[in-house]
Design a protein around this ligand. Structure first.
Ligand SMILES: *Cc1c(COP(=O)(O)O)cnc(C)c1O
Length: 494
């Protein structure tokens, strides 16, 4: 059973929560009892990644039986990732890199967004919902493509993605506008990412307030990481990485492992804390931010303060000042005190900041540490890592590498460190090539080829083939017309 982080009386079965996304009071769904979620991790980590996924998902989403999950996991992942193990663990100097970007769009969001559509269709059946589930997403680049890839041609769903016209990279645009599938809609809006995001939120509110879908066989849902169906699949790779370290003899079962996580909305790193609560011997979870280091400051001081300048960085997927999943952590660290959490969230929206109790702060520091990197520091980390080890990482991963090195310098003799890698370097070719000290101008596809020529690291197939693919989605609309666009899609008109 799950409950809202803001009200213990609002409860939901996992399948219902997957369809709803967010709780009706604006809180996030979370398991009520982690003791109950503990399972025999020592034997589970010996299994293959997809089997680990079945066990972990069955524990968290407990109204999905294992046999059903086995089928869903196969559909989600089989043949879709570059390797059967889904997320390879690669030694890199003193650290280990967990590559989460070997999926169909070369971004870490593939891990969860491959699984979510399967959970959505299964939940639809379980809850006896006949309506079509219409997924709305506003994207600054990565989420949109991963959601399209996950939901295309999934029975009983439609996926609509809005992106800012001229506001995504040429490669990201090409990834989205070439998407095939009979239930996909991709639309540029005249405006920036905030306009797209605000527009999507306004559609949800307007549809609910005026009951606009009454009598129509459709309901709206969201694919971002507030959905428990997106969070749960991310717990899996923490167990997988731990298992790999046992298998290669680096640790004995029971020894601690630290994880450095490039963080934006706090979904990825929160999944690591879930793994810890489920019994995995996780040591420190190192929260790595770019120059938008609101989380670094929070973990170091206990005050979360969003009243600060917003920076556009070379790690755009981490350019976030309000990390929505942090709310789930506050809930867990306050022993499930929904009232306390609701208070923090109220202060954040009304005053722009909150300070946690001394007790919560102590617990925060027990489990978490934090670091950050400026663009220059991330670039230096890309270059140093490449020169010292031959490993090429993207700017998001580089932020976590920098934080990991700093942490290890300050804590000699610390447990082994796994750095989570969240994107292929080729998704951010201009920044990566520049970090290696090369002149960067001109066409992004050209730069991708130059990066390959210089490093010999192969370009992922999905990115290499992009330039030749046909553009299928050319619609550009005014931001005022987004609601009308959604209704046209629901009625089957493009
Ligand atoms: C989404 C994303 C992140 C941030 O992950 P959160 O779960 O939001 O903390 C980091 N790096 C990349 C490349 C991403 O796409």
């Amino acid at each position: 059973m799950l409950q809202s982080t803001r009200n213990e009386k609002i409860k939901s079965l996992p399948s219902e929560a997957v369809l709803e996304g967010i709780a009706p009071d604006g809180g996030l769904y979370i398991p009520t009892d982690f003791e109950h979620l503990k399972f025999d991790w020592e034997s589970v980590i010996e299994k293959k990644t997809r089997e680990i996924a079945v066990e972990v998902l069955a524990a968290v989403l407990d109204d999905f039986p294992k046999d059903e999950l086995r089928t869903l996991v196969e559909k989600a992942y089989r043949g879709k990732f570059e390797t059967e193990e889904l997320c390879p663990l690669v030694p890199c100097g003193k650290e280990y890199i967990l590559e989460l970007f070997r999926g169909p769009t070369s971004a870490f969001k593939d891990v969860a967004l491959s699984m979510l559509p399967q959970l959505t269709t299964a939940a639809r059946e379980k809850c006896g919902v006949q309506d079509e589930i219409v997924i709305l997403a506003a994207t600054s680049g990565d989420t949109g493509k991963a959601a399209l890839e996950g939901f295309h041609d999934v029975e009983g769903t439609k996926i609509i993605v809005f992106y800012p016209d001229g506001g995504v990279s040429r490669i990201q645009r090409a990834q989205m506008v070439t998407q095939e599938g009979k239930n996909v809609f991709v639309c540029a809006i005249k405006g920036n990412f905030d306009d797209a995001q605000t527009g999507v939120k306004a559609i949800f509110a307007e549809v609910q307030k005026k009951n606009l879908l009454a009598g129509k066989p459709a309901r709206l849902s969201s694919a971002n990481s507030i959905n428990i169906g997106r969070l749960a699949p991310q717990i899996v790779y923490y167990f997988k990485a731990y298992g790999d370290l046992v298998k290669c003899g680096r640790i004995q079962k029971g020894e601690k492992v630290n994880f450095s996580v490039p963080t934006g909305n706090f979904g990825n790193i929160l999944a690591g804390f879930f793994a810890k609560k489920m019994g995995l011997p996780v040591g420190t979870l190192l929260c790595a931010s770019n120059q938008n280091c609101v989380l670094t400051d929070f973990i170091r001081t206990g005050t979360y303060d969003k009243r600060r300048p917003f920076y556009k960085t070379t790690s755009p997927s981490m350019d976030i000042l309000v990390s929505s999943n942090l709310e789930r952590l506050l809930f867990l660290l306050s022993d499930g005190n929904a009232e306390e959490v609701a208070g923090y969230m109220k202060s954040l929206s009304e005053d722009g900041f909150y300070t946690v109790t001394p007790q919560l702060f102590t617990r925060l520091q027990e489990h978490f540490a934090a670091g950050f990197a400026t663009d220059e520091e991330a670039a230096a980390a890309i270059r140093a890592t490449y020169e010292e080890t031959g490993y090429l990482c993207d700017p998001h991963t580089a932020v976590a590498v920098k934080a990991a090195r700093e942490y290890e310098n300050e804590n000699p003799g610390a447990a082994p460190m796994v750095v989570l890698s969240t994107a292929s370097p080729y998704k951010f070719s201009p920044s990566v090539l520049a970090a290696l000290g090369e002149e960067v101008d001109g066409d992004e596809f050209e730069i991708m080829n130059r990066l390959q020529a210089k490093t010999g690291v192969p370009i992922p197939k999905n990115l290499a083939g992009l330039q030749k693919k046909k553009e299928l989605h050319k619609t550009v609309i005014e931001k005022e017309d987004m609601l009308q666009y959604v209704f046209n899609c629901i009625e089957g008109k493009k």
